[in-house]
Design a protein around this ligand. Sequence first.
Ligand code: NAI
Ligand code: MG
Length: 489
Amino acid sequence: MVKVDVKYTKLFINNEWVDAVSKKTFTTINPQDESVIARVAEGDDPDIDKAVEAAKKAFHRCSPWRTMDASQRGLLMLKLADLMESQARYLAELETLDCGKPVKEAESEVYYSITVLRFYAGKADKILGNTIPADGEVLSITLREPVGVCAHIIPWNYPIPMMVLKVAPALAAGCTMVVKPAEQTPLTALALAALVKEAGFPPGVVNVVPGFGATAGKSLTYQPYVDKISFTGSTRVGRIIMAAAAAVNIKRVSLELGGKSPLVVFDDADVEKAAQIAHAAAFANAGQSCCAGSRTYVQAGVYDRFVREAGEIARTRAVGNPFDDVQQGPQIDKTMFDKVLEYIKLGKTCGARCVAGGERLGTKGFYIKPTVFADVQDHMRIAREEIFGPIQCIFKFDTFEEVIDRANDSHYGLGAGVITNDITRALSFAKQVRSGSIWVNTYDHVTSQTPIGGFKNSGIGRELGEEGIKQYLESKTVTISLPKFPQFS
Ligand code: NAI
Ligand code: MG
């Protein structure tokens, strides 16, 4: 068993480590064996108030943060990126301990997050407004200003990247913030907080308050001094947050709410390659991925071969101890483990054909065998609901027109993929499917430069890339009287 040192378990407010006002703590567990890793300070209303107060103070117009040159903000972010790099292995091991993802994936997520920080560090002094040819004897310009105090509510599936892809653009924009990590995975958020302090960010710019959704999370959404909420998680909670955001003030909201994304394989595809791409799309991060390509549509001509191939790949997927060289670790917790097994039962009873997996792996920890259902029908619950587990559903289709309508027949619209060698077919697909990201002959290729986000119930707003920073900026129009024929005495 790898020994990972847990250094930080308190709340991080105003660059200090403090207990919760209530002195309460909660446990975070290791999903490998359900053992308790640590007790973590449990934030609630008074702690959120303290953290927001610190962020509000750090946002004061005369504060060190607000008066700092934008280029200096960028340099601090680069310093943070360097510190993350120097601790990449430690952060990855801590992440694996807390959420069970294979350590090599956790490590690549740390490096990915560093690219996001560096991308936005470079943006800090390149946030440009417009000059406007306004009517009348005036000069009009727009200033892009930080939106203010931000609340970032983070899920447990990619704890470090999800935190960084909210914190980085917010810092570049000049905002201050309170981060609430998921209750299942608070440890890496606290480790990152320590690096924020070490990098030299002024107190109150970044605060991290672990706690539960119904208490600490909810408190942030009703806090009158929070200007903006950025949330990634379930559609159910996204709805609650959107309503709460309008209750005491008008908070800006961006929501990334998961999906039920289609991946469509046409007859002309290389079946083996297509099956590999579709497998990775469905099973990445044990299926606990917002973009998971969980609906695989395969054209009739290659359907049987594809199903055989997909079953074979799933059966040979390496599942086990995430500190070993595996492709898949345990599911995050008992709730999700039970939920996924329930969907497997549903799949079996509703008439889908289980061609791989279909049960838990072993008797300890939240391991589930990679499961493939073929002959899935569009009306089945496994076809319509986000499962968030290692389950691939395969559907047969005949024509382009038919599969576009079926791909779009979902309340979600986060991602979609198409595998074909016909460029016209691929681009027609890309234009006609209603999703925030479309991948052609690849899947889930997300970089610091490429915006991501959803249509329909998959959310509001985009993260990453040029679009990502807009969430954290307000536009201010300044109009100055400027006579066409000025008289100078
Ligand atoms: P969740 O939406 O309950 O939790 C996500 C975050 O929101 C956590 O930090 C949680 O503490 C917080 N939260 C919960 N209730 C809140 C409230 N009333 N106010 C403010 N914050 C609140 O998601 P959960 O329960 O972890 O997973 C349930 C389902 O959500 C999954 O099965 C999956 O379908 C979906 N999900 C989607 C994710 C994505 O990447 N879009 C990530 C995680 C879950
Ligand atoms: Mg945990």
